[in-house]
Design a protein around this ligand. Structure first.
Ligand SMILES: Cc1cc2nc3c(=O)[nH]c(=O)nc-3n(C[C@H](O)[C@H](O)[C@H](O)COP(=O)(O)O)c2cc1C
Length: 174
């Protein structure tokens, strides 16, 4: 089995993190893998906010918890890095393109020995005033929809086993 397939099979969502920051070179490597995801007609409509600032990370966590109806919890499970993936809604394939970036980020993180998890509700987060203001403060204009957060950090829990794969999901037409 190639290393890549092994990485794909062994990646698991991590839901407990050490507070230690990841080196910037490692974060940048993971981001680069995300940026090389395919996109419909090669339009590259996806952007990434690489949040390592604790204050901003905590604000996003609070917003996310509010949307989930779980105030006071940290939906980012203590992860120190949050890569927010957003995509330009004007591009017809934006949702697919954004999801592929998310997948590349999570796989690249695993390859680098970094734990990750897709955290949802980015759409609702960036529909709110606070999310919109964050984009504006970064000079981001246009119709960007939040696709997901790829949280990153060093796992503070043992590696998990994958759930068994459901049966009857492949139909061979030979
Ligand atoms: C679209 C999507 C949204 C997800 N949202 C969350 C989330 O908000 N919180 C969370 O803990 N996990 C979230 N996950 C992670 C899934 O729960 C996880 O991928 C699934 O349970 C399979 O586990 P594995 O990633 O370890 O294989 C999300 C995954 C996807 C693909």
């Amino acid at each position: 089995m190639s290393d890549l397939i092994q990485e794909m099979i062994t990646r698991r969502s991590v839901r407990k993190y050490k507070p230690d920051m990841i080196p910037k070179e490692t974060i940048d490597k993971i981001i680069e893998a995300g940026l090389y995801a395919p996109s419909g007609m090669g339009r590259q409509p996806v952007i990434i906010l690489a949040v390592t600032n604790k204050e901003v990370r905590d604000r996003l966590s609070k917003l996310n918890a509010g949307i989930m109806g779980a105030d006071g919890t940290d939906p980012f499970y203590g992860a120190p890095v949050v890569l927010v993936v957003l995509a330009d809604k004007k591009v017809p394939t934006y949702l697919y393109d954004g999801s592929l970036v998310m997948a590349n980020l999570m796989l690249a993180a695993h390859d680098q020995g970094i734990g990750s998890c897709w955290i949802h509700r980015a759409k609702e987060e960036f529909e709110q005033k606070e999310g919109k203001e964050l984009l504006k403060s970064l000079g981001i204009e246009g119709e960007y929809e939040g696709i997901g957060h790829c949280i990153l950090g060093y796992a503070d829990e043992p590696a998990k086993e994958a759930a068994p794969r459901k049966e009857k999901r492949v139909y061979y037409v030979e």
